[in-house]
Write a protein that binds this ligand. Structure first.
Ligand code: FES
Length: 110
């Protein structure tokens, strides 16, 4: 089993989940409370979470994460929980307000 800690706007949740679990799938089945998500497909960014511990065990971001999170959020340690299947313990934090997907952010001229 894998221990997952979620620090979110509604409190801290700690739970053990089976190996290769996807937290958004578990949340959809009401088996992982407290996680914010929506599309489950790497489009909306609602499941974006900053990885506090365990990032070294995650695979590199896929193209959906790059498109939604953008270079800045990836550098800050954010990942899309709907795109990850967990193999090691993980601690994540969700902000009070969901991120705006990078592809929707207004580009500002410098
Ligand atoms: S739930 Fe929409 S991007 Fe993860």
């Amino acid at each position: 089993m894998i221990k997952v800690t979620l620090r979110g706007p509604n409190g801290t949740f700690e739970q053990e989940v089976p190996e290769n679990s996807n937290l958004v799938v578990l949340a959809g089945l009401k088996k992982f409370p407290g996680l914010r998500y929506s599309c489950g497909m790497g489009r909306c960014g609602k499941c974006a979470s900053r990885v506090v511990r365990g990032a070294e065990h995650l695979p590199p971001p896929d193209w959906k994460e790059e498109r939604v999170l953008g270079e800045d959020k990836l550098q800050e340690g954010y990942r899309l929980m709907c795109q990850l299947y967990l193999t090691h313990d993980l601690e994540i934090a969700q902000d009070k307000v969901p991120i705006v997907p990078a592809y929707r952010r207004v580009r500002q001229k410098v």
